[in-house]
Ligand binder design. Sequence first.
Ligand SMILES: Nc1ncnc2c1ncn2[C@@H]1O[C@H](COP(=O)(O)OP(=O)(O)OP(=O)(O)O)[C@@H](O)[C@H]1O
Ligand SMILES: [Mg+2]
Length: 266
Amino acid sequence: MRGGAQAHLIEGEDAEHYVVKFANNPQHRRILINEWLAGAFLKYLQIYVPETALIELGPEFLAGQRDMYMALGSRRVAPEPGLHFGSRVAVHPERVAIYDFLPDTLLHKVENRPDFLGTLVFDKWVGNADSRQAIFFRAKAKAWTPLKGDAPARTGFWCQMIDHGFAFNGPHWSFQDSPIQGLYFRTGVYDEVRSLDSFQPWLDLVKHFPTEVIDEAWKQIPPAWFDSDREELEKLLETLLKRRSRVEQLLLDVRGGRSSVFANWK
Ligand SMILES: Nc1ncnc2c1ncn2[C@@H]1O[C@H](COP(=O)(O)OP(=O)(O)OP(=O)(O)O)[C@@H](O)[C@H]1O
Ligand SMILES: [Mg+2]
């Protein structure tokens, strides 16, 4: 796949397809922890994200995969045997086209477009140092209850929020809080924003984000991903809990930093 982590598309034993980021990816081992936690938090916020999974690659399987490697300059690095991060592809990748970008006219019609507002609340909370990334595909309305707006009854474009490797400032596990980070490059997705209230119900969900959801997610992280990072992750998550009440201010900073982002927030 494209991208700095050099992820690979792998078919699992369950016949599902996964975009897999390897533990020894060129970005950092911590990227996998960030992805794992972000996936769980976004799911709690009822934002449409791929299902996540731990992908076990055994030495025998890897021995037969000559084309599965990451390129580091002129060097080829094979994935290590063990557990890796998988992001499940929601549709059959050979039957349904998946797009990294949509033209504005179609972007406007994305069925779960309000998810962009909820995801901005999330991205500000976790200090996503990357810009917002999403994928799009056509699908029938699923059994999905939106937190905002009506459940669409037709086939249309859906978007899933992806790539949370740079939550918590990526490998740095810090919060930089630049007003422009975490934004989607087509700011038309924020046209519905008229006040802080437009970010409800997600603002309140984050403000009262349950510690149990965080604990549950962190318990599932494979020990091998930690290295000697356990204490640091604990510190990071404590800071994250304290930041629950700061998100409103961070959104106000976005508006102050580049007023054109929220064109209709007068
Ligand atoms: N669940 C998924 N379903 C379909 N395609 C996906 C999924 N997850 C990732 N992809 C595809 O794989 C590509 C790489 O994924 P991702 O952006 O997470 O990797 P990355 O290496 O972290 O990228 P970056 O360089 O932006 O940090 C995406 O651009 C997207 O096209
Ligand atoms: Mg990416």
